[in-house]
Write a protein that binds this ligand. Structure first.
Ligand code: NDP
Ligand code: OXD
Length: 318
C-alpha cells in the first residue's frame, strides 16, 4: 500500500523486493512518522519522497524522485548505488553503519581467521576418515594477520583479533594509529604490508582503486601458502589469478563471501577448488530494526538542520 503525500516524511524503498514488507513493518514500529513508498507507487507519490533507501537501484530509478534530499544505502558498501550513472550528484549518499552489521562481520572474520590459522578442514577431513589426526599449528603471536581496510568494520575486526594475540597488521588509504596493530598506508607500503602476511583479510570498499586489485601481482608479495579471506566485494578479486595462485601454492587456502557474479553460478570452478571455502555473501546483514533506528535518527537530525553522518565522498567512491 502506498500513502498519500501531504506533509509526510516519505522514504522510497529501492531495495530487495521481497523484503519491502519487512522494512515497512519495522519502520511502522520504530518510526511511524516515516512512510515507506515502494516501486509500485504512482509517479506523484514517488516525486514527493524526500528520502530513499537503496541497495542496487534500477538505473535511473532514483532520478524520478525530484524532491530527494538524501539517499540511504542499505549496506556498508555503496558500489551497487554508485553503479547507477544517473544518480543525482547533488544528493548526499549515506552508507549504512549499524552495530549489528559490524558485529556480524567481526564474527565472520574471527571465525575465518581461526579456521585458516588452525586449518580446521584437516580435522574435518580426518573425522570423515575416522582418523585421529596429530595436528600442529603456531601460537597466534607467531602468526601474522593483515587486515585491509581499517574503517568501521576493519577497525572492529582488528580490535577483536588483537584480543586473540595475533601479530596484526593493518592497511588503509590514510594513516592510522591503532594500539597493537602495525599500520601501513597507501599503495607504496602494500608490498611491505603483504610481505610475511600469512592470513590476509580484505574488508575494502569497491572503488576505482580497489577494483581487480587482488590479482597475481598482489599474491606475489605474499608468502607461499598464505590464506586469503575476501569479504569486501567480488570485483576486487581477479578470479582467474586466484585459481592460478592456488594451483601454484602461493595461496594455500581461501574463503570468499563475495563474487564477480552473485549468486555464484553452479558451473563456476570455485565450487570445485580444494581449500577454497565459499559463503553466499552472508558474512553479515543489515539488521532492519537497527537500520531503521539509525535512519530515523539521521532524518530527525537532518530535519533539525544538523549534518548527516557517514556521507559517501563520491570522488573517493566510499
Ligand atoms: P569504511 O568506509 O568505514 O572503511 C573503508 C576502509 O577501507 C577505510 O579504512 C579506508 O581507508 C580503506 N580504503 C578504501 N580505499 C582504499 C584504498 N584504495 N587503499 C587502502 N585503503 C582503502 O567501510 P566499512 O568498514 O563500513 O565497510 C567496508 C566494506 O566491507 C564495504 O564497502 C563492503 O564492500 C564490505 N562489506 C561486506 C559485507 C559482507 O557481508 N560481505 C558486509 C558489510 C560490508 P581510510 O580509513 O584511510 O579512508
Ligand atoms: C554490505 C554488504 O555492504 O552486506 O553491507 O555487503
Amino acid at each position: 500500500m502506498n500513502p498519500t503525500t501531504d506533509g509526510e516524511t516519505l522514504l522510497y524503498f529501492a531495495g530487495i523486493g521481497e523484503r519491502t514488507e519487512t522494512w515497512r513493518q519495522v519502520f511502522q514500529d520504530v518510526a511511524p512518522e516515516i512512510i515507506i513508498v515502494d516501486r509500485d507507487a504512482t509517479p506523484e507519490q514517488k516525486a514527493a519522497c524526500q528520502y530513499a533507501l537503496a541497495w542496487k537501484p534500477r538505473p535511473g530509478e532514483l532520478t524520478a524522485l525530484s524532491k530527494l534530499q538524501a539517499i540511504f544505502g542499505l549496506g556498508a558498501g555503496v558500489d551497487g548505488i554508485l553503479a547507477d550513472n544517473s544518480l543525482p550528484s547533488d544528493v548526499p549518499l549515506i552508507r549504512m553503519v549499524e552495530s549489528g552489521l559490524t558485529q556480524g562481520m567481526v564474527e565472520y572474520c574471527l571465525w575465518q581467521v581461526l579456521y585458516h590459522h588452525r586449518r580446521f578442514w584437516e580435522t574435518e577431513a580426518a573425522q570423515r576418515q575416522h582418523h585421529w589426526l596429530e595436528q600442529y599449528y603456531p601460537a597466534p603471536w607467531d602468526r601474522t594477520v593483515g587486515v585491509m581496510g581499517l574503517g568501521e568494520i576493519g577497525h572492529a575486526v582488528a580490535t577483536q583479533l588483537m584480543s586473540f594475540k595475533f601479530k596484526l597488521r593493518g592497511w588503509s588509504r590514510t594513516a592510522k594509529v591503532i594500539d597493537g596493530v602495525s599500520c601501513f598506508v597507501s599503495l607504496d607500503s602494500l608490498p611491505a604490508f603483504l610481505n610475511g602476511c600469512e592470513i590476509v583479510l580484505c574488508l575494502l570498499p569497491l572503488t576505482a582503486e580497489t577494483r581487480g586489485f587482488l590479482n597475481a601481482d598482489f599474491f606475489a608479495h605474499l608468502p607461499m601458502g598464505a590464506a586469503l579471506i575476501n569479504a569486501g566485494r567480488g570485483a576486487q578479486l581477479n578470479e582467474a589469478d586466484l585459481l592460478a595462485a592456488m594451483r601454484f601454492g602461493r595461496i594455500g587456502s581461501a574463503t570468499l563471501d563475495v563474487f564477480q557474479t552473485e549468486p555464484l553460478p553452479p558451473e563456476h570452478p570455485f565450487w570445485r577448488q580444494e581449500r577454497l571455502f565459499i559463503t553466499p555473501h552472508n558474512a553479515s546483514f543489515t539488521d532492519p530494526r537497527a537500520a531503521a533506528q539509525a535512519i530515523h535518527r539521521q532524518i530527525s537530525d537532518h530535519r533539525s538542520g544538523l549534518p548527516l553522518q557517514h556521507v559517501v565522498d563520491r570522488t573517493r567512491g566510499y
